[in-house]
Design a protein around this ligand. Structure first.
Ligand code: ADP
Ligand code: MG
Length: 412
């Protein structure tokens, strides 16, 4: 909750104003020869936190009180007020950091707020349960495993509300990207073994064979949330899961005592709330050809925003000098070869930012522009020639810092 800070601010302002006004009223009453406000009442206002206003009032209206407690009490209360304010601001700016391994990647949280530690634990729980119970096909108890088993038996599957939302959003992204994103691509991924320790380039015929089992357009969700597909269809949340996790975390933030947060799950980063001290959040974008710590540039963000980066450097192997990476072109069954080596997408929604970063890497720069526009998302593209293209909405927000790249500011 950010409200309590605002409430504290209004309280201090109000009580100070009250202190100031009561001094004025008191002075006027004295002038008119009327009954004056008792010193005890003035003292009480000051005690509640109105000493700044009261002191100012004394100065302005020259309220000369002889009461010793008033003279001594004022500075004391002033000090108490400052300490209180300091604690309030200090607590809201308290920083907690936590790093975990989840969703086959590193999750880092930086939370600002008094209960950071508990909330960071809770976030980790939420994401690992989401992985175990819903999204991971590696997990025997996940709903996606259940769905895939049912599909393989030719059965229809009743989806719960959240699953339905994820799958509808995911299928829309597949359609809108004209199949650059395909959530049924798993047979191809499995064939290449890209997620195993022994990846290999399959034979052409094997790839053709695997491709006969893919195709998002074979999945349909009926009006009442029943999923049907072919018995060789299977769903893979690999390209969407981190974005979904960010959306899930974000949906819980409104009820929390948190002023700001930056949470990254692999290449997907959620920014929430305000940065202590104000200003935009600043995120580093990784140099796709640098070491893991080196940056392409920095991106300034304001919430609500989720940033996802997909690149050919995340997971890959080399054979005969060729790099084979983990994002596949669903048309060919080979790793995406669009001329892009990294795409960063900014969107309000995690699932959109995660899905589009994968889709754009497959689709290529030109084809991605209308897709981004449709979703009101922005992107940073890096080509294999080390050129960097940035869409309009990020031009003032992204600064390229890596010297090996060229900033291409296109006029269209
Ligand atoms: P990362 O996992 O590195 O953050 P992505 O979000 O782009 O990258 O997801 C890549 C994962 O998505 C792959 O590991 C694979 O499981 C799956 N995948 C690969 N190509 C596609 C594709 N064209 N459409 C949908 N999923 C894909
Ligand atoms: Mg993705």
């Amino acid at each position: 909750m950010e409200h309590w800070e605002t409430i504290a601010g209004i309280y201090f302002l109000g009580i100070n104003l009250l202190g100031f006004l009561s001094m004025g009223i008191d002075k006027k009453r004295a002038k008119d020869g009327e009954w004056r406000i008792s010193e005890r009442s003035l003292f009480f206002v000051a005690l509640l936190g109105g000493s700044l206003g009261s002191i100012l009032g004394m100065q302005v209206f020259r309220h000369k009180t002889k009461h010793r407690s008033f003279r001594l009490g004022m500075p004391l209360i002033l000090a108490v007020q400052l300490i209180l304010l300091g604690i309030l601001l200090g607590l809201s700016g308290k920083r907690t950091e936590r790093t975990d391994f989840v969703m086959a990647t590193v999750m880092t949280q930086v939370l600002y707020g008094p209960d950071g530690k508990e909330l960071a634990d809770e976030d980790y729980q939420i994401v690992s349960e989401l992985e175990r119970d819903y999204l991971s096909w590696r997990s025997g108890q996940s709903s996606v495993t259940e769905i895939n088993t049912a599909l393989s038996r030719g059965e229809a599957v009743a989806l719960d509300a959240r699953e339905r939302q994820w799958l509808e959003d995911g299928l829309a992204l597949c359609r809108d990207s004209k199949g650059a994103l395909d959530i049924t691509i798993h047979p191809v991924i499995a064939l290449w073994g890209i997620e195993t320790d022994t990846p290999q380039v399959p034979k052409k015929e094997e790839i053709q064979q695997a491709l006969t089992h893919t195709g998002y357009d074979r999945l349909t969700i009926s009006e009442d949330g029943i999923l049907t597909g072919r018995n060789d269809s299977s769903i893979d949340y690999g390209a969407l899961g981190k974005g979904i996790a960010c959306d899930e975390l974000r949906s819980r933030f409104a009820n929390r005592n948190l002023t700001g947060a930056v949470i990254s799950i692999g290449g997907t980063i959620l920014v929430y709330g305000r940065k202590p001290g104000g200003g935009d959040w600043q995120i580093g974008i990784r140099d796709p050809r640098g070491t893991s710590g080196s940056l392409l540039g920095t991106l300034k963000l304001r919430e609500p925003a989720v940033v996802s980066t997909s690149g050919d450097y995340e997971r890959y192997f080399e054979e005969d000098g060729i790099r084979y990476h983990h994002i596949f072109n669903p048309d060919t069954g080979y790793p995406a070869d669009s001329g892009l080596i990294s795409v960063t997408v900014v969107s309000e929604k995690g699932i959109v930012s995660d899905g589009l970063s994968t889709a754009c890497l497959v689709a290529g720069y030109r084809e991605s522009l209308p897709l981004l526009e449709q979703y009101q998302a922005d992107a940073i593209f890096v080509t294999e020639n080390r050129e960097v293209y940035v869409t309009e909405g990020l031009k003032d927000r992204f600064s390229l810092t890596a010297e090996a790249y060229r900033y291409m500011n296109e006029e269209e």
